[in-house]
Design a protein around this ligand. Structure first.
Ligand SMILES: Cc1cc2nc3c(=O)[nH]c(=O)nc-3n(C[C@H](O)[C@H](O)[C@H](O)COP(=O)(O)O)c2cc1C
Length: 204
């Protein structure tokens, strides 16, 4: 069975909702899915002072925190982060920065991978965040799978971002078109992961 990991960070739920949609799409494609959240780094008292952040953390505490082993295990993966000044959040970056042993052993190379994000503003840095995430994918040797326009109607309805799935707003509730795009991309990635896995097995 194809193994697929969805690793994300979310403070207030928007990226979490996208991550769930990715996981659902990959499961529909027949993959075994690990949904994992990057560990929180912010001191508890700061989170306590922000009702939306506190509520979201409490609501998702049952989701296991991400380990690099989840990416080693997976045949393909999707990584999600809110936009933070046009870049990935420190919490996801910390997860990326813990991957050096797996990277140097070649465990992350050759796997289909895509990024997703959420930003408050329509032009608030979605694409720069995704491209910054893809820098790491290049170093890992991932097979970067942008959303493109292969499923044009779905992509267009979601805002037409060809770099990766992205939602606008910070209220924890991406609209249905963006959730559909995430589900579609999760399905597509899982199929690609299965195809690559099968081709490798045949070539070996
Ligand atoms: C420190 C910080 C920096 C942010 N930078 C941006 C930004 O550059 N552009 C933007 O549109 N939104 C920015 N935002 C807003 C979040 O990206 C946005 O609310 C996002 O949808 C939150 O996702 P979440 O609900 O999964 O936490 C920022 C928020 C914080 C706390």
């Amino acid at each position: 069975m194809t193994r697929f990991a969805v690793v994300y960070y979310s403070s207030t739920g928007s990226v979490h909702a996208l991550a769930e949609a990715y996981a659902a799409g990959a499961e529909e494609a027949g993959a075994e899915v690990r949904l994992r959240r990057a560990a929180e780094l912010v001191p508890r008292e700061i989170i306590e002072a922000n009702e939306a952040w506190k509520e979201h953390l409490e609501a998702t505490v049952h989701i296991p925190t991400a380990e690099v082993e989840d990416l080693i295990w997976a045949d393909g993966f999707a990584l999600g982060t809110p936009t933070r000044f046009g870049q990935p959040a420190a919490q996801l970056k910390q997860f990326l920065d813990s991957s050096s042993s797996a990277w140097s052993a070649g465990h992350l190379a050759g796997k289909p991978a895509s990024g997703f994000t959420s930003a408050h503003e329509r032009h608030g840095g979605h694409e720069s965040t995704l491209l910054a995430l893809y820098h790491t994918f290049c170093h890992w040797g991932s097979l970067i799978v942008p959303t493109g326009y292969e499923n044009y109607d779905v992509a267009h309805a979601a805002g037409g971002n060809p770099y990766g799935v992205s939602s606008v707003g910070g209220d924890g509730a991406p609209g249905q078109p963006v959730l559909d795009h995430a589900r579609c991309q999760g399905h597509r990635l899982a199929v690609l992961a299965r195809t690559v896995q099968a081709a490798r097995a045949e070539a070996a």
